[in-house]
Design a protein around this ligand. Structure first.
Ligand code: MLT
Length: 325
């Protein structure tokens, strides 16, 4: 869109004149969902599953674009600068909220750059290793990794990603310093864990469960308060004698300035997708859940997002972490 057309659209939107017309015809072309991590990881898996269902309601295809790098902030930056017409949206998780406490010069203002569309899923992380690692259960795992920390490699998806925050918490909890290896997402990190090139990965249950049940990796503990029904033999961190609570969540976002009726249409398509048998079945298998109905509104997502930005700013500053870059 040219600058003149964009300015004219902005003027019409500010008068409330163009929004209803835009929303009525929306979407007029395929929708791109930016995934801020590599293909094959949990964010990508969830995006593709949702996209398939949302396209049925929206009548246009939903295409995933992986824009990986810098702990998920490269994709967020691209989404923040996209045309605010609903045709480019972003799926992201708590790393979007933690990023301002970890990075200088993000290129966008986290609290104002995005219009939350709705919350997608929430679930735990699973601490896992390659099969060749000697400990076979959580009881022997934690003393082993504490003793051998300097020899062990722990993979993650970049500073601020869920897998990185989990590795940091684990390292603080054990007072042990691991060799960290950064990937562009836990998809490729999981491939290397299965292949035995790295030792440990704390990943979302979405990606970890298929590999655990397929016996390609070994799970030691889940970071939820309760065991997962799909992993009944894997203890919680508390049962394993360690303190590490971590619950992740994904949400969908549009660039700020996207008309409210378009956001409403996207929110409705998201909610319909989350109630589809295909999504329900997969979420159950992945050990991940949807939010209660009352928390599926755009407003509830905006509230949670703002609170999470503040929470991570406070907790990371308290831990002595300073933004870099
Ligand atoms: C991914 O899809 O690769 C993950 O969401 C990255 C992470 O936050 O650990």
């Amino acid at each position: 869109m040219s600058m003149t057309k964009r300015a004219a659209l902005a003027a019409l939107l500010s008068l409330g004149l163009a929004a209803p017309a835009l929303a009525q015809s929306f979407p007029t072309k395929p929708i791109t969902v930016i995934v801020s991590f590599a293909a094959g990881g949990p964010s990508d898996v969830i995006a593709r599953l949702l996209g398939e269902q949302m396209s049925k309601t929206l009548g246009q295809s939903v295409v995933v674009e992986n824009v990986a790098g810098a702990g998920g902030t490269a994709g967020a930056k691209r989404a923040a600068a996209a045309e605010p017409d609903g045709h480019t949206i972003l799926i992201h998780h708590l790393a979007l909220a933690a990023a301002p406490a970890l990075y200088n010069n993000l290129g966008y203002d986290t609290k104002t750059a995005f219009a939350p569309i709705g919350l997608v899923n929430t679930g735990p992380m699973v601490i896992a290793s390659k099969l060749a690692l000697p400990p076979t259960d959580a009881k022997s795992f934690f003393p082993y990794i504490k003793e051998n920390a300097e020899k062990l490699t722990v993979a993650h998806a970049g500073v601020g990603s869920n897998s990185h925050l989990c590795a940091v918490l684990m390292s603080q909890q054990l007072g042990a310093k691991f060799n960290q290896v950064a990937y562009r997402g836990t998809g490729p990190a999981m491939n290397d864990l299965v292949g035995g090139q790295i030792d440990i990965l704390c990943d979302q249950s979405t990606s970890a469960i298929p590999q655990i049940t397929g016996k390609s990796i070994r799970a030691y503990a889940v970071t939820s308060a309760q065991r997962l029904s799909v992993l009944p033999d894997v203890p919680t961190m508390a049962e394993a004698g360690a303190k590490l609570d971590m619950t992740i969540w994904h949400g969908l976002y549009a660039p700020k300035g996207t008309p409210a009726p378009v956001l409403d249409k996207l929110n409705a398509a998201l909610r319909t997708a989350l109630k589809s048998p295909a999504v329900i079945e997969k979420f159950q298998a992945f050990g991940t859940s949807t939010f209660p109905e009352s928390e599926m509104t755009r407003e509830a997502h905006a509230k949670l997002f703002e609170a999470e930005v503040d929470k991570w700013a406070t907790s990371l500053a308290a831990a002595g972490v300073k933004p870099q870059g």
